[in-house]
Design a protein around this ligand. Structure first.
Ligand code: PLP
Length: 423
């Protein structure tokens, strides 16, 4: 890839025009308007976290400038305003994922805490020796370790749904693993390391036939297409605000009402109680039973603003744009000598994971950074998958709505330069 191809962008863009104006979207994100190491920033680490539009930054700032107060204490105007905004955000999340009621939306710190909540509370109450929890070989550590912890406590076992060389989950093997001992299936909707979209609807149908519950880790799916938890018929769905153009520190657990109602509290403290006495304590109703302590009020409001922002997009066109970026990047990747794509499943989001013969991923990442290109390198919190592929890690470029074909050109121009320096 030569520098000349970078300036070739209008042709490239015209060849793969999706009708989606990523340049206009880009203008909404102040952080993207900067230079890094003397070059305009190309941000391709969206699977790790997405950037925030001005509307989200303003909503958080506005809250702190005008409304900051603790929620649900009802003693004064600021508290009333903070509570109204905080609960309005919960309603926005409920609508966004098509939950039956906002009471089924539990605020957490993120996907990690949401999965830990289910593993500790549901798992602690429902798992026993001989029970099985199924997770896939392409899970993020946050969907492995919480189940290992509860398995150790209860005597349950964590079994692994196989994933093949292309990064595709083996649905047949999954079906064969299901029996009456399987109590929980916990899988990601989309793999962060590979971009694979998993067939969770089929998996939920199969799992329910043997009476198992299903948690879907939606951390990587939520920004790419509309999620409907009722249509999926999942028992739990989790995601993080910061991967949906919202702030860090806020996330969501959606749960089926009867399950949440029956689950014991996860943490004890203020807000989650109805009455407290030394003779015994009674717990608050949903969703507060699972929200001990002062919540991340600004985070919830910021996430609400992010959802407003996403709802203002043409999501079909946005997804088509991301797909076109992936196709364009894949074509370019296939022309790079010694480059091997990791994760070539038929159904995947715009994540390009790769290794280069003779070069360590972290060296490539460093040389890309020197050219203003932000990519992720390493095991992507999916060490078991890297072990299966016998890789120390990969270089991962993950695309979002504000990325352009020029970004892809810049990525490969920088990679060409890095190759020249390393090989
Ligand atoms: N699950 C998946 C698939 C992820 O990609 C991530 C983060 O990268 C997580 C869970 C954990 O999310 P968080 O760190 O926001 O809790």
């Amino acid at each position: 890839m030569s520098e000349a191809s970078v300036s070739n962008r209008p042709d490239a863009a015209a060849a793969i025009s999706t009708g989606f104006d990523a340049e206009r979207i880009r203008a909404d994100f102040p952080i993207l308007q900067q230079q890094v190491n003397g070059q305009p920033l190309v941000y391709l680490d969206n699977a790790a976290t997405t950037q925030k539009p001005r509307a989200v930054i303003d909503a958080i700032s506005d809250y702190y400038c005008h409304d900051n107060s603790n929620v649900h204490r009802g003693a004064h105007a600021l508290s009333d305003r903070a509570t109204a905004k905080f609960e309005a955000a919960r309603q926005k999340v409920a609508d966004f994922v098509h939950a039956q009621a906002p009471a089924q939306i539990i605020w957490t710190r993120g996907t990690t805490e949401a999965i830990n909540l289910v593993a500790a509370s549901w798992g602690g109450a429902n798992l026993q020796a001989g029970d099985r929890v199924l997770v896939s070989a392409m899970e993020h550590h946050s969907n492995i370790v919480p189940w290992q912890i509860v398995a150790e406590k209860t005597g349950a076992r964590v079994d692994v749904i196989p994933v093949d060389e292309t990064g595709t989950l083996d649905l047949q093997a999954f079906a064969a693993m299901l029996d009456e001992h399987v109590r929980m299936v916990s899988v990601n909707h989309v793999s962060n390391a590979l971009g694979t979209v998993n067939p969770v609807a089929e998996m939920i149908t199969l799992a329910h036939k043997v009476g198992a519950r299903v948690l879907v880790d939606g951390a990587q799916a939520i920004s790419h297409w509309p999620i409907d938890v009722q249509a999926l018929d999942c028992d739990f769905y989790t995601f993080s605000g910061h991967k949906l153009f919202g702030p860090t520190g806020i996330g969501v657990l959606y749960g089926r009402r009867e399950l949440l109602d029956a689950m014991p509290p996860y943490q004890g403290g203020g807000e989650m109680i109805e009455t407290v006495s030394f003779a015994g304590t009674t717990y608050n109703q949903l969703p507060y039973k699972f929200e001990a302590g002062t919540p991340d009020i600004a985070g919830a409001i910021g996430l609400g603003a992010a959802i407003d922002y996403v709802n203002g997009l043409d999501r079909v066109a946005a997804a088509a744009h991301e797909d076109a970026l992936l196709a364009y990047a894949r074509d370019k990747a296939l022309q790079v000598p010694g480059l091997r794509l990791i994760g070539t499943a038929a159904n995947k989001v715009a994540v390009l994971s790769f290794v280069l013969d003779g070069a360590h991923p972290s060296d490539i990442g460093m040389l890309m950074d020197q050219q203003g290109i932000a990519v992720r390198t390493g095991h992507h919190c999916a060490q078991p998958l890297m072990e299966q592929y016998q890789l120390p890690g990969t270089v991962r470029a993950s695309f979002s709505i504000y990325n352009t074909f020029e970004d892809v050109d810049r990525l490969f121009a920088a990679l060409d330069k890095a190759r020249g320096m390393l090989l």
